[in-house]
Design a protein. Structure first.
Length: 116
C-alpha cells in the first residue's frame, strides 16, 4: 500500500499532466533497455531560468541521479537556458545535502503571500 507521501506525489503529477499541453513544461527521461528508469518535469519560467518540479528515479541504479541531472542540464543549455532551479528541499536534511553536492550557485528564499 502506498505511503501518504507517494499518494501526494501521484496526485501532484496527475494535476500536472492536465497542464501537459503548456509549451513551458518539458519532460526529461532516462531509459535503460527502453524502460524509463528516471524522469524530471521542468518548466521554463522565463529569464533563461528553468524550474525542476519533479525528479524521480530508480535509486537502485548507480549513477542515475547524476545522469538525470546531466540530461536536464543538456536540455536547458540546448534551448538557451542558463539557470536550473531544482525543487524545494523542504528542510529535509537528505534532500538539502543532495542539492549541496550539486554545488549550486545560490539558494532562493521562499516567501508566503497572504491576503489581509
Amino acid at each position: 500500500m502506498p505511503t501518504q507521501g507517494v499518494d501526494h506525489e501521484r496526485e501532484a503529477i496527475a494535476r500536472l499532466a492536465h497542464l501537459s499541453e503548456l509549451p513551458t513544461l518539458h519532460l526529461i527521461d532516462v531509459r535503460v533497455d527502453g524502460r524509463v528508469v528516471g524522469f524530471s518535469v521542468l518548466e521554463d519560467i522565463g529569464s533563461k531560468t528553468f524550474l525542476v518540479h519533479f525528479r524521480k528515479m530508480d535509486r537502485r541504479l548507480s549513477g542515475l541521479p547524476t545522469r538525470l541531472a546531466q540530461e536536464e542540464a543538456r536540455f536547458v543549455v540546448s534551448v538557451g537556458g542558463e539557470i536550473l532551479n531544482i525543487e524545494q528541499d523542504l528542510g529535509i536534511p537528505g534532500l538539502r545535502t543532495a542539492k549541496q553536492r550539486e554545488r549550486p550557485i545560490g539558494y532562493l528564499r521562499k516567501y508566503t503571500i497572504e491576503e489581509r
